[in-house]
Design a protein around this ligand. Structure first.
Ligand code: BDR
Ligand code: CA
Length: 307
């Protein structure tokens, strides 16, 4: 039986590859794709999600959600993802989004599901927070929440904070406190699996499908970061999906995760107590290590299952 889930995203170059991995994996039953502003504005992330969905040929409903965080103002990440969010790779749009708001759709889907639903968040988690805040009882029918978010060390958006976390820290605090099992893929696990030019060349040579080609073109547009040594680009979001498909590729650690919600330079930092220094009970499972070559083999195999 495949795992019923809602995928919340902000495509976003790495979101694109995560979406392809999710839709190519028979282990996962993607009930809905919900979209937030994040890497670029919602006016771009929504058409990007629609175009990516359409390229896969899968008719999964797509819902537009929050275009800004619960508090504060919206900030994008165009330096990494390009002004259009997909590194300038133009794709046909496909059919439009559903009319329902993403947060309403999440609440309806979770409330009415026969089996508990997994929520996968690879964007600022505003849509999940809105759903949980406006109908807290849905948490009882959430199986787990799997996030790409945060860092136990240095950030990528600020010295202290990772992009998704700092883009809506209050929303992440709401999700972390909801009482359901949380799994977090942080920057650190992603940077163990840098996508090098060789990985990309091998992937490109593995097939001829339009999704494989789009994935390689999109990932090829991502600039290498100085922070990561300039040898490759991290593939953050697909790691959260890979955990659901191939948990054997990872080692994990239970930890207490809290948010720095202060106004200072550490705002948005995920404080991850990996060594139990606070004596507080763990509220999350943190992915600690990844088998990088196994991960790239999985991506390559699955992208070749798509048209
Ligand atoms: C996360 O931030 C976004 O830029 C990426 O899509 C990913 O979700 C990495 O920090
Ligand atoms: Ca993302």
């Amino acid at each position: 039986m495949s795992l019923p889930l809602v995928l919340d995203c902000d495509p976003g170059t790495d979101d694109a590859l995560a979406l392809f991995l999710a839709l190519a994996s028979p282990e996962l039953d993607v009930l809905a794709i919900t979209v937030a502003g994040g890497n670029v504005g919602l006016d771009r992330t929504l058409p990007n999600a629609l175009a990516l969905r359409s390229l896969t040929g899968r008719d999964i409903p797509v819902y537009a959600g929050a275009d800004r965080p619960l508090l504060g103002s919206f900030a994008s990440a165009t330096r990494v993802h390009g002004i259009d969010g997909l590194g300038g790779i133009a794709l046909p749009l496909g059919r439009p989004a559903e009319q329902e708001h993403a947060a309403d759709a999440i609440r309806r889907i979770v409330r009415t599901a026969k089996a508990p639903i997994t929520l996968v968040g690879i964007a600022p988690v505003t849509n999940f927070a809105l759903a949980l805040m406006t109908e807290p009882s849905i948490a009882a029918n959430v199986e787990q929440i799997v996030l790409m978010s945060g860092a136990w060390g240095e950030g990528n958006a600020t010295p202290a904070a990772e992009f998704n976390a700092v883009s809506d820290p209050e929303a992440l605090a709401v999700v972390l406190a909801c009482g359901r099992p949380i799994v977090i893929a942080t920057l650190e696990v992603a940077t163990q699996a840098l996508c090098t030019p060789q990985h990309l060349a091998d992937m490109r040579a593995s097939g001829v499908g339009r999704c494989l080609r789009a994935a390689c073109d999109i990932q090829g547009s991502v600039p290498f970061s100085r922070r990561l040594g300039g040898t490759g680009a991290a593939l953050y979001d697909p790691i959260a999906l890979a955990w659901l498909v191939r948990p054997d590729l990872f080692t994990t650690r239970p930890a207490q995760v809290t948010m720095d919600l202060g106004p200072g330079p550490c705002r948005g930092r995920t404080v991850i107590d990996r060594w139990g220094r606070t004596d507080q009970p763990a509220n999350a499972t943190v992915l600690e290590t990844i088998d990088a070559e196994g991960f790239f083999a999985l991506l390559t195999e699955r992208f070749n299952c798509l048209p």
